[in-house]
Design a protein around this ligand. Structure first.
Ligand code: ADP
Ligand code: MG
Length: 395
């Protein structure tokens, strides 16, 4: 596969070289401990490969949003948990005497540098801060796709002053995204769900020009239905965006993209777990009812759409999946997509905070081709934006 960026396959001899590796270690914490170590585990391929190849691995990461150095947001708190995940010793190095400490490291050693955001110049991408980081290493590896939508010193600036490479995690993410939207096999389907059209306007506008089938679910489907004259009762709905919804439908039409809106829905008069529900045609929603999921007939029809597609990109749940039984359609369609992926007929890429949670709830996250945990960066990519951290690698 030819790529527009260099990877660890292109980095050459690293034995004894100091390699600055930007990772995303911004894990959620409670009582001084990570409550979810997914991000720490995701660093392992790059960090162990470089250490095994004899590099001196210097990990750069931000942690929280400090404006000034804050002991609660010191990466020192991550050193022990990271050692446990890695199964190797990790040296913590703070921003005082860091150059002298780095100089004592041996080939194969792994060090975690202090929070990059303890420097105000990190977020400003200040050349002085870039130079401060660059002085510690000889090579730069960016493995933090999830931070690549930000042009910060450690995510973007360094790529301009040191030889720059994508880490294994970054490489996997970029390859998956390329297969899904950059250079996909057609027909391509996109599922866009979630609460509001207003948060995903750019996503919708970008996708209609690129995909063959646009499947709209979740609260945002209500806005489209309302724009088409459907009475959606008490449903979450952005009535003021009717014109925008119509413009998106017209753009899809011009681009030859088929838009799928639900024709049956699950409604309730109260939003709580396991209320009384009705499954109705969209034209039969009563004035006091809310649409909280798409219906079984629509779900089955969407499964048939996926059966005829080669590629799927998915962001946003089809219903209010946190509240049973309004996860039904999301779980069912996710299982169909997972089965098609396992059969080899579909490349499936999904991302978004709630989407990942929904796929985990359906038990299928491991059966998709790729599930991005990158949040904001994933959405910006779905909007067709150039991510500065990626662009700097692909110069
Ligand atoms: P992601 O985090 O994957 O990008 P969003 O944040 O856009 O997804 O959307 C997820 C939210 O949308 C969930 O909290 C879900 O409950 C809500 N949602 C989906 N469908 C509906 C609906 N019909 N009514 C109200 N909320 C909904
Ligand atoms: Mg969300």
């Amino acid at each position: 596969m030819t790529r527009s960026f260099k990877t660890l396959d292109d980095i050459g001899e690293v034995h004894g070289k100091r390699v600055l590796v930007r990772e995303d270690m911004n894990v959620p914490m409670a009582e001084g401990r990570p409550t979810d170590d997914t991000r720490l585990r995701a660093t392992l391929p790059t960090v162990t490969e470089l250490a095994d190849r004899g590099a001196i691995v210097l990990i750069l990461a931000h942690f929280g949003r400090p404006k000034v150095p804050t002991p609660d947001l010191s990466t020192a708190l991550l050193t022990k948990p990271y050692e446990q995940v890695l199964g190797r010793p990790v040296r913590y190095i703070d921003w005082e005497g860091d150059a002298a400490n780095v100089a004592t490291l041996q080939p194969g050693d792994i060090a975690l540098l202090e929070n990059t955001r303890f420097f105000g110049g990190e977020e400003r991408n200040d050349p002085a801060t870039v130079a401060r980081f660059a002085a510690l290493g000889e090579l730069y590896v960016n493995d933090a796709f999830s931070a690549a939508h930000r042009a910060h010193a450690s995510t973007e600036g360094l790529a301009h002053v040191l030889p720059a490479f994508a880490g294994r995690q970054m490489e996997a993410e970029l390859d998956a995204l390329d297969k899904a939207l950059g250079n996909p096999e057609h027909p391509v389907a996109a599922v866009v769900g979630g609460a509001k059209v207003s948060t995903k306007l750019d996503v919708l506008q970008h996708l209609v020009a690129r995909v063959d089938h646009l499947i709209i679910g979740g609260g945002m489907a209500n806005t489209f239905l309302a724009a088409r004259g459907v009475n959606v009762g008490q449903s979450l709905c952005e009535h003021d965006l009717a014109g925008t919804a119509e413009a998106i439908l017209a753009a899809a039409d011009r681009a030859g993209c088929t838009v799928h809106l639900p024709y049956d829905v699950v409604v309730a008069t109260e939003f709580r777990a396991n209320p009384a529900t009705r499954t109705v045609n969209v034209h039969e929603v009563a004035a006091d009812e809310m649409i909280l999921d798409i219906g079984p007939a629509a779900t089955e029809a969407l499964g048939d759409v996926l059966k005829n597609c080669r590629t799927l990109v998915w962001n946003g749940p089809l219903g209010a999946f946190e509240t049973p039984p309004f996860d039904t359609a999301t779980v069912a369609l996710a299982r169909t997509a997972a089965a098609l992926t396992q059969d080899g007929s579909l490349v499936s890429v999904a991302g978004g905070g709630d989407t990942v949670a929904a796929l985990n709830q359906a038990g299928v996250a491991d059966s998709f081709s790729f599930v991005s945990t990158a949040g904001g960066a994933f959405l910006e990519w779905m909007e067709g934006k150039d991510l500065p951290g990626v662009a700097a690698l692909t110069r």
